[in-house]
Ligand binder design. Structure first.
Ligand SMILES: *Cc1c(COP(=O)(O)O)cnc(C)c1O
Length: 219
């Protein structure tokens, strides 16, 4: 199956109101252009350098999402163009994004990453840290970032009941956040292996890579 066919199939399954981020990390520009020509405009990358290179090379109406863990010293390279940063998990990172966004006279939309998985290798805030962050005066003073929702990754397991519980937990934190902040409208959860469950549990944005572009080769 071609990239175009995969994309068309997945899009036909997504309910209205669920945004597809085509995760193009490690994939060449030709693959991205195939998806672009099939109408896809939102792409996700997990390495800043790679995303900057693709942004320079590819059409300027592409919306680039940073979905990976971000090092503070890399924020400056993407502040000019990044459309959404999914993996914000510390006040220090948020402050750096604010600082770099200000230099470009922008307000950068961000998602706070929440730790929902069992594995402790995955990044993210817990519930207490989330509320501590958004209740702080320091956070309220940041005028060049806008928190628009939450992002999370479920445990890598075949146990779909566990995955479902973790997504449900994230959805409940998302609903709580909506009461505290305005502009909360993105719940980024679901990848190739679990996006149907994520959508059933209330996802509004799925990040799908291998089901569109094929398996990644890290060799
Ligand atoms: C790579 C990646 C994805 C996409 O994974 P697939 O299983 O290929 O769909 C989604 N989210 C994040 C944060 C990723 O790093």
């Amino acid at each position: 199956m071609s990239v175009k066919d995969n994309l068309t199939n997945i899009k036909s399954e997504l309910p209205e109101g669920v945004t597809l981020v085509a995760v193009s990390k490690t994939k060449p520009n030709e693959d991205i252009m195939e998806a672009y020509e099939a109408g896809q405009r939102v792409f996700g990358e997990n390495k800043v350098q790679e995303m900057v290179q693709k942004w320079e090379d590819l059409p300027k109406d592409i919306e680039w999402h940073m979905i990976g863990h971000v090092q503070r010293n890399k924020v400056k390279y993407m502040a000019e163009f990044v459309s959404l940063i999914h993996g914000v998990d510390s006040p220090r990172l948020l402050k750096e994004i604010n600082k770099q966004a200000k230099k470009h006279d922008r307000v950068i939309p961000c998602l706070l990453q929440i730790h929902i998985a069992e594995e402790d290798t995955k990044f993210g805030l817990d519930k207490a840290e989330l509320h501590e962050l958004i209740d702080s005066e320091e956070f309220k003073a940041l005028e060049h970032i806008k928190i628009v929702g939450l992002m999370g990754m479920a445990t890598f397991t075949d146990d779909m009941n566990q995955v479902r519980r973790e997504f449900a937990q994230l959805k409940s934190m998302y609903d709580d956040l909506k009461i505290k902040l305005t502009d909360i409208n993105i719940l980024s959860m679901g990848m190739s292996g679990d996006y149907t469950v994520a959508i059933e549990e209330g996802s509004t944005m799925v990040r799908i890579g291998s089901s569109i572009f094929g398996a990644r080769n890290y060799a």
